[in-house]
Design a protein around this ligand. Sequence first.
Ligand code: ADP
Length: 150
Amino acid sequence: MRTAIFPGSFDPFTIGHQDIADRALRIFDSLVIGVGFNINKPGMETVKQRVDQIKALYAGNSKVKVESYTGLTVDFAKRHEAGFIVRGLREVKDFEYERNLADTNSAISDIETVFLIARPELGFVSSSMVRELIANKHDASKFLPLKDKI
Ligand code: ADP
């Protein structure tokens, strides 16, 4: 049984995140979406709100679990007996950041990071862009999988 973790801030969970999760589900037997608390990224929504929204999205899909966590992603992965971390790559900036994380994680564990390249039509979608739209009272629902929840 191949279990992967999909960690992120997900503030909020966008259609870009959803696409990565859905594609990961074609590769792995089960996926744990981990809403991490990132001290450098203060949230628009509470971590609990994010967990509840993502849970609602995958309700009925027994291959998906959604949990919050603090601490290292590799420790979260080990708690779930997951051998893989899934991350999405949009652009060169993501690559530099993600390579650093993946190198660190492979130096301290045997957990493999698997990268999925963003779909071209979703590569511009980011949580920060959605937050900016919402802060300026602009409709951001086309970038959100749960249209009625935000
Ligand atoms: P973090 O704070 O850990 O970077 P994010 O919620 O911003 O968390 O992103 C989680 C993961 O999803 C990251 O690997 C990020 O690169 C990826 N991601 C975000 N938006 C997209 C998108 N539109 N397409 C593909 N991957 C994405």
